[in-house]
Design a protein around this ligand. Structure first.
Ligand code: NAP
Length: 243
């Protein structure tokens, strides 16, 4: 299950997961067309995939999302908590409660609701066979995003804490929990902040001198999902070009 799997990092992860033999649930919230394209690509690669609309911030929708996977794909083995949003760049003194609620409900509450549903299915404590959760954080959790979106950065700080705490909580239940902290990655999200060409502006501040590609983050997520990472839990991997 990849939340926000229709575009950007989630779409790259979904396609790569399909290539590696996973059956994939591509969750999306609005853009059905992009999610359908991802599903078609996975099917063309010979794996099974479904696209399921659900807002991860809506508890009833999350319940339906996981029930659909139970029914159509069988027992869940892996969750990538990737769905995440940011809003127009502004200083904290301009931010309203509505915006803060949207950011934290999607990025933090959504990830925790999905983690809960995954644990209820995967945990050996509940008769499951174990599994892996990968949370997509951001380098913003370390850097704070001053003048742009401190709210978003703070929500990603919460995601890192979720990874640390949950990893220890379920470590003896057969579940690993890990995180990735991408840096500047070439996706549509920067347009949502009001600056589609943000990578061009900031690339000189990145030690590697360039933004990353979604596939470069997907590789890290797929490694954390794999048995090659069998002793990695509570680990948060920076994929940020040295930043
Ligand atoms: P993106 O291109 O904007 O894609 C976001 C995806 O999340 C879309 O598929 C979108 O669905 C989905 N989504 C948004 N809100 C949702 C909700 N409430 N419920 C379900 N799905 C929802 O973003 P991205 O850059 O790939 O970002 C993916 C993750 O990486 C996010 O958590 C982001 O914070 C993190 N990240 C990104 C960067 C970067 O530079 N790009 C850096 C660090 C971390 P629709 O397609 O239906 O709209």
């Amino acid at each position: 299950m990849i939340t926000g799997g229709g575009r950007g990092i989630g779409a790259a992860t979904a396609r790569m997961a399909g290539q590696r033999g996973f059956q994939v649930c591509v969750n999306y919230v609005r853009d059905a067309g992009s999610a359908r394209e991802v599903v078609q690509d996975i099917e063309a690669a010979g794996a099974k995939a479904i696209a399921v609309q659900a807002d991860v911030a809506d508890e009833d929708a999350v319940l339906r999302l996981f029930e659909t996977v139970d029914r159509e794909l069988g027992p869940l083995t892996a969750l990538v908590n990737n769905a995440g949003i940011l809003e127009t760049q502004m200083r904290v003194e301009e931010m309203g409660a509505d915006r803060l609620a949207r950011i934290f409900n999607t990025n933090v509450v959504g990830s925790m609701l999905c983690a809960r549903e995954a644990i209820r299915r995967m945990s050996q404590r509940h008769g499951g066979v174990g599994g892996v959760i990968v949370n997509v954080s951001s380098a913003a959790a370390r850097l704070g995003s001053p003048g742009e979106y401190v709210d978003y950065a703070a929500s990603k700080g919460a995601i890192d804490t979720l990874t640390l705490g949950l990893a220890q909580e379920v470590a003896r239940d057969g579940i690993r929990v890990a995180g990735v902290r991408p840096g500047f990655i070439d996706t549509d999200i920067h347009g949502d902040g009001g600056e589609p060409d943000r990578l061009e502006r900031v690339k000189h501040a990145i030690p590697m001198g360039r933004g990353g590609r979604p596939e470069e983050v997907a590789q890290a997520i797929l490694w954390l999902l794999s048995d090659e990472a069998s002793y990695a839990t509570g680990s948060i991997l920076d994929v940020a070009g040295g930043r």
